[in-house]
Design a protein around this ligand. Sequence first.
Ligand SMILES: [Zn+2]
Length: 477
Amino acid sequence: MRASLRLAPTAMLFAVSLLSFTGASMAASRETRIPDAALKAASELRERALASDLGFRITESLTTEVGPRLAGSEADARAVQWAEAKFRELGFDKVWKEPVTFPKWERRSEHGEVLGTARQSLALTALGGSPGGTAEGEIVRFADLAALEAAPAGSLAGKIAFVDFRMPRAKDGAGYGPGGGIRSRGPSAAIRAGAIGYLMRSAGTDSHRSPHTGITRFDDGLTPVPSAALAAPDADQLARLLERGSVRVRFALDCGWDGQATSYNVIGEMRGTSKPDEVVLIGGHLDSWDLGTGAIDDGAGVGLTMAAAKLIGDSKQRPARTIRVVAFANEEQGLYGGKAYAQEHAKDVKKHQLAAESDFGAGRIYAYSSSAPAYAQAADQQIAEALAPLGIAHTPGKGGPGPDISPFAAQGLAWARLAQDGTDYFDYHHTPDDTLDKIDPKALAQNVAAYAVFAYLAASADGDFGSEAKKVTPPEE
Ligand SMILES: [Zn+2]
């Protein structure tokens, strides 16, 4: 067998060039491209979306008819009903819901005050996951998390830790990294130093007297203590009082965990034409915190993605693939809806062409990027070009998947990011001020146009964007 295989030099040359040609044409043939007809339809869709106020009307409906919808609460159950009814009212072809179960946290009442000669009330709110109880004692101020983490064990015995960090304002929300870290890791660091309670300057960029809530955690083995966030002006007031001497504070929180609750990921589809079993997923999270009506977080995300899919559904020529809108359950307390979706659809990674989540307010989108592999970058560029008239730049390699799609992206889902201007997002984030009046309808329409164009083109592409089931190595024991 072996001898006869020795080929003449010309035949060898022919074989090599044949192989490289087939390789190249295979790669070329694998290259994902978006047909011209789809690009043309997308530009018409873009104009139609810019002229539509549908996204704002859906957001108005959710934030007005349901309002604050804390995960697991009675209002959350109404939000699920609202979403199912809204998908049907908008004419989605298929509507269903998938259960998501999680621990249920409740807030009942909260109060805080400075004691002693400068007695006065404090504007504060319990962090999600905080136990109820009363903490009364001297406060000890720390400039940031590192300073608190450096506090010796027992040094805060009988005292209340107060982290007074000013979160920087940034268009891409970069300040939320440290701000969110102080909220989630601060209480455990305080407990390790012996504190009986935890206070933090709100993870916000504003100066109004609305404290910012948000989820916190307690490391295993620690006994949780009452933990709350102060409004920025109240943090300033405490800092000034501390310049004058020691300060005693008392705060009482009536809140805590109360068993398990089941909510739902609510899903609506606009069926595609030639490849209806393949989907482009867009969405936002349906739950909100209980202080405001959850307009920028994340009523806008649900409203704009529902509207984008509806406008695609009304197109003269629908795309080949299905547009699937997911209103995720309980994002705020731990991505429960996103994790449940990834688990429920684990075997369908490859059927998910591309996914994008909107969960950063209603500011104008200024940048687009995706996880597109080399053979799909030409198509990715085509999408970026179709978005450019909306003032959106192409920023390949930047960013990552949205919160609720990140668990599925870890399993191999191809993701896209439509980055929103969040310059003032953390002025209202997780506060009583997260209300509809904070949304600019024109900016929201730009979001709807961007999501409609992105989803339409991704759903029309010849070829894929790299979704492939990834072996998820279970974490080391
Ligand atoms: Zn959110």
